[in-house]
Design a protein around this ligand. Structure first.
Ligand code: RBF
Ligand code: MG
Length: 317
């Protein structure tokens, strides 16, 4: 996949482009349906499949007062869209000025004149442009005017719920990561830098943990204990993640820390990716460190079981 930042560096020799547009936070099954349709349209015409996305997320720019927690960062988005088989990903820097572009001008200047769109693929609920005036009826009318096809992709339904980034954010913050998993088509991933923790896990409990810096703008799973697969410098390890306040030690600050099995490297400052496979339990206040140690031993056994089931059949049991 070719990644293009901004509209200036778009290759000039595009072949009858099939284009999809969206924010694609999480690159979930709904987004994946759009990419499949886009690639299918491109194949039929032996043309290029193109995805257009925006960064930062438009809500961040237009409604900064909304505390939007994103499922993924730009790097994850690029990686996951690339895995879908899209030829070119165009990322438009989203500014207030760009947001004031009318839907008419976006279609004429960017889709038609710049990209020479042949097929436009959008989700059933799509709208864009100043005041969201670019809805599906508008796009169909523009398609008739400029001779491009508009394909509307139906919603994807999982457990009788329509897959959406908003719903996945809710599910993850409620700890329903198994449902989020089904909607994403992959485990929810918590990514972050390993930072200094309380330095209690190793010396006191015998379970050293890597503490992750969870940024303000990042979606954090509900407090609790999870079976996880951790990616450290492209290698995968199994582990248990605790998101919580460490009430046994009277903690007040939220932390996310992962105990990685059979692992003793110093990884301070490294960015790691934690795939949440199964939620194991709530965080609890234990009467003593000893009682907590007993529970963590059980957590580790439960995590190993959940991960082994996941590796066998691709889903948590
Ligand atoms: N701390 C608690 O106070 N209650 C818990 O239920 C709890 N569960 C944990 C489960 C796992 C798998 C791990 C690795 C840690 C857990 N902790 C819990 C956090 C523990 O208090 C923390 O690792 C140490 O305080 C070191 O920061
Ligand atoms: Mg630690």
């Amino acid at each position: 996949m070719i990644f293009v930042k901004g509209l200036k560096d778009i290759p000039s020799n595009l072949k009858s482009p099939s284009i999809t547009i969206g924010n694609f936070d999480g690159v979930h099954l709904g987004h994946q349906a759009l990419f499949k349709k886009t690639i299918e349209c491109a194949r039929l015409q032996e043309g290029d499949s193109i995805a257009i996305t925006f960064h930062p997320h438009p809500i961040r720019v237009l409604r900064p007062e909304i505390p939007l927690k994103l499922i993924c960062d730009l790097e994850q988005k690029i990686e996951w869209i690339s895995e879908q088989g899209i030829d070119i990903l165009v990322c438009i820097p989203f500014t207030k000025k760009f947001a004031s572009t009318s839907a008419t001008n976006f279609v004429k200047d960017i889709l038609v004149e710049k990209l020479k769109v042949s097929n436009l693929i959008v989700g059933y609920d799509y709208s864009f442009g100043r005041n969201r005036e670019g809805n599906i009826n508008f796009l169909k009318a523009q398609g008739a005017l400029y001779h491009f096809n508009v394909h509307v992709v139906s919603p994807v339904v999982v457990d009788s719920l329509i897959v959406s980034s908003t719903l996945i954010r809710e599910l993850v913050s409620e700890g329903k990561i198994e449902v989020a998993f089904k909607m994403l088509g992959r485990p929810f991933e918590l990514k972050g830098e390993v930072v200094e923790g309380a330095r209690r896990g190793g010396p006191l409990l015998g379970f050293p943990t890597a503490n992750i810096l969870v940024r303000e703008d990042q979606l954090c799973p509900k407090v609790g204990v999870y079976a996880v697969i951790v990616n450290v410098e492209c290698k995968e390890y199994e582990g248990v993640l605790n998101v919580g306040y460490n009430p046994t030690f009277g903690g007040e600050q939220l932390s996310a820390e992962v105990h990685i099995f059979d692992f003793s490297q110093d990884i301070y400052g490294k960015i790691i990716r934690i795939k949440l496979i199964k939620r194991l339990r709530d965080e609890k206040k234990f009467s003593s460190p000893k009682a907590l140690i007993n529970q963590i031993q059980k957590d580790i056994l439960n995590a190993k079981m959940a991960i082994s089931n996941f590796l066998k059949c691709g889903k948590p049991l």
